[in-house]
Ligand binder design. Structure first.
Ligand code: BGP
Length: 472
């Protein structure tokens, strides 16, 4: 492509970055917060406890000031359900409302638009005890929580995200520490997809409610979308890629946008006697909801090949969010030999980002905001500095591909890499750092919690100031 054909980033492009409450706030027992499933889960060996993490709960003013210094137009953070409703439903905790009012107001003072995730992996433990998403009442619990959020923050928050990575909760919930399956469940797949169905209906109801209560706000889903490549041009591998694309990606976006189940997924569930039960009104509720934009997290693509029917299932043991695992008779993960990997073994595929953006836009024709994208690494603090050229390189390549996607005609609204500040990873501790801002603490012990600007901080500041033109 000639450079002259390269389009610019839109004028009001939302440059920013993301965090999630349980991974960065700490203060798990403060100001009336109830426990979430993350607070009560057994932590992976050698990883920091969630009691303090980056202590963003106490440092948010300093952190948001640093984000403003970088020139952020938006800050994507999540609200901890258990700060607002300690038991998941019932009494509202005013201290929790006050806290997020302060966070939102601090953002607005710096002209930073809050981009608020309603639910990011932290189911209230009290609701887990009542059956979690298996309980049909979970739809009401979430709708009620959404109502409290819109009532209290809807006058100022213009951008809402419903559920972070619902697809990962469904596919690898236990790795993340969520998705409790009731003991004695015979068909775990069926139960998992019943939970998924409740979440989909809950999301649909929240979107409708948002439009009703906050007519000027916009709302969208936030799954983890990674285009699935076929390992070869064998037709069986192509079918495998289509199957996993449907199961991993399109189920969630087809449902959010069109309110209907993807046909390949439905057939797969039928084959496993695992189709979810619709309660009266579910079909109408799903069809009534329309997102204003699509938010999605992108880390890399996935590659699969056809899996023979007699394949042993234990290849799923090493699965994490980014890997396909295996489904005998359908697909299995294939290590793409064309892609480098991070220190933590995640493939890096900036061109795949463009592929994914083009595909998502082609399927749904809605504006897109990237809610996560980033590189986890063992950063080193030396003399108050963190040199992270690998992160700059990763982000530079992805921003370049995003700009090419814009030139392809994809409508982009914003870009929020993971993560604004260092925080605890889903299952690999705080040693796996993603932030522009280094937080002095380790998995072994809580440190000074002092903030340091990494090299990527200064680089991203230039990127934002030039609206994506200066990536050097
Ligand atoms: C996404 C989650 C985030 C985040 C990120 C990086 O799946 O939405 O919460 O943690 O991945 O993953 P990890 O922490 O496992 O490195």
């Amino acid at each position: 492509m000639k450079d002259t054909n390269l389009k610019q980033f839109p004028k009001n492009f939302l440059w920013g970055a993301s965090t999630s409450a349980y991974q960065c706030e700490g203060a798990v027992n403060e100001d009336g917060k109830g426990p979430s499933c993350q607070d009560v889960k057994e932590l992976p060996a050698g990883t920091a406890s969630l009691d303090v993490t980056a202590d963003h709960y106490h440092h948010y003013k300093e952190d948001i000031a640093l984000m403003a210094e970088m020139g952020f137009k938006t800050y994507r953070f999540s609200i901890a359900w258990t700060r607002i409703l300690p038991n998941g439903d019932g009494e509202v905790n005013q201290a929790g409302i006050d806290h997020y009012n302060d966070v939102i107001n601090t953002c607005l003072e710096y002209n930073i638009e809050p981009l608020v995730t309603m639910f990011h992996f932290d189911m209230p433990a009290a609701l887990d005890h009542r059956g979690s998403w298996s309980n049909p009442d979970s739809v009401k619990w979430f709708e009620n929580y959404a109502k409290v959020l819109f009532e209290n923050f809807g006058d100022r928050v213009k951008y809402w995200l419903t559920i972070n990575e619902q697809n990962m909760l469904t596919l690898v919930g236990p790795v993340i520490g969520t998705m409790m399956i009731p003991e004695g469940t015979e068909n775990v797949l069926k139960e998992t997809y019943q939970q998924n169905h409740h979440m989909l209906v809950a999301q649909a109801k929240a979107m409708v409610l948002c439009h009703k209560m906050c007519p000027n706000a916009k709302i969208g889903p936030a799954p983890n979308i990674s285009y699935v490549y076929a390992a070869s041009c064998k037709p069986e591998d192509m079918l495998a890629a289509e199957e996993f694309n449907a199961i991993r990606n399109w189920l969630y976006l087809d449902m959010a946008v069109y309110g209907r189940y993807n046909n390949l997924v439905w057939r797969y569930l039928e084959e496993h006697d695992a189709t979810p039960t619709f309660a009266p009104g579910d079909k109408e509720a799903l069809e009534a909801a329309h997102p204003d934009f699509i938010g999605f997290n992108y880390y890399n693509t996935t590659t699969v090949e056809y899996a023979p029917k007699d394949l042993k299932k234990d290849v799923n043991d090493k699965m994490d969010q980014q890997k396909g695992g295996a489904e005998p008779g359908y697909f299995m993960n294939f290590k793409n030999p064309n892609l480098p990997t991070t220190e933590f073994g995640w493939e890096i595929d900036p061109i795949g980002f463009r592929v994914t953006l083009r595909e998502v836009y082609d399927r749904y024709h809605l504006p897109i905001v990237i809610t996560e994208n980033g590189l986890g690494a063992y950063d080193q603090l030396e003399d108050g500095q963190v040199h992270d050229p690998y992160r700059i390189n990763y982000l530079r390549q992805h921003i370049t591909q995003m700009r090419l996607a814009i030139s392809d005609g994809v409508e982009m609204m914003g870009y929020c890499p993971w993560s604004a500040i260092d925080l605890v990873s889903t299952h690999e501790g705080i040693r796996k750092r993603y932030g522009f801002i280094y937080v002095d603490t380790t998995d072994e012990e809580v440190g000074s919690l002092k903030r340091y600007k990494k090299d990527s901080f200064y680089w991203y500041k230039k990127v934002i100031a030039s609206n994506g033109e200066d990536l050097d």
